[in-house]
Ligand binder design. Structure first.
Ligand code: NI
Ligand code: MN
Length: 222
């Protein structure tokens, strides 16, 4: 009932429930749309990272070291966090684990695999499903539209889903609309747009399209 989602630009969100606060894809330094810097992040239990690109891994190490938050990500990224002196918990795609801040599961995403910070730790990109406070939250990462999203819609009753709409590197608006139809979340939040000129989109136009063509509510965060 209390779950709260805060957007820090691009794919970075704070997801707070009564079980704890989770930071996702903390790209703040160098993010022209970030509303805060990495030094402003406080009292998080965990940092969950979808994949190794710089605009998602971002400030993970600095924030994890300062706050003591555990880094939850694909095994290889967790190993990089560990090497950098952070606490970490590695998962593989398809695997989940119950933490005291909620249950985190990595699910398939079709995208690039390089870990920009150290390519030796490259790995499959993922989406993230967090179940806490009896709510199910999905952060799609940088995925393309694939049939896997149809399966996720069958497996889960999503309260909220964050989907990329920027195109070029991820789904664009049309594919993201199809994803909403398959995922059927109560609420969908667009992300990964307008950060750079190459991914400029009209999110308000997309919201109207979603609410006309699906049963999901759409909220454009500022
Ligand atoms: Ni990416
Ligand atoms: Mn990205």
């Amino acid at each position: 009932i209390m779950a709260r989602l805060t957007w820090h630009g691009h794919a970075c969100f704070e997801y707070e429930t009564t079980e704890g606060k989770i930071l996702i894809d903390p790209f703040l330094s160098g993010n022209p749309k970030a509303d805060i810097g990495p030094e402003n992040i406080q009292e998080i239990a965990a940092i969950v990272v979808s994949h190794g690109h710089g605009d998602h891994w971002g400030d993970t190490v600095a924030i994890a070291k300062r706050t003591g938050a555990i880094v939850v990500a694909a095994y290889e990224l967790a190993a990089l966090a560990e090497k950098e002196g952070c606490r970490s918990h590695g998962l593989a795609c398809g695997g989940g684990h119950r933490f005291d801040f909620g249950h985190v599961k990595l699910v398939p995403a079709a995208h690039g695999s390089r870990t920009d910070a150290d390519p030796a730790y490259s790995t499959n990109p993922c989406g993230i499903v967090i179940t806490a406070e009896e709510k199910t939250f999905y952060h799609a990462g940088d995925t393309a539209l694939t049939a896997d999203l149809k399966l996720l819609g069958q497996l889960y009753d999503f309260d909220c889903a964050c989907l990329p709409i920027g195109d070029n590197y991820t789904m664009g608006p049309e594919d993201a609309l199809k994803a909403v139809q398959w995922l059927q979340p109560d609420l969908v939040v667009p992300m990964h747009y307008d950060t750079f000129e190459l991914i400029a989109q009209d999110a308000h136009e997309w919201k109207e399209l979603v609410e006309r063509r699906t049963r999901s509510k759409c909220k454009v965060l500022e």
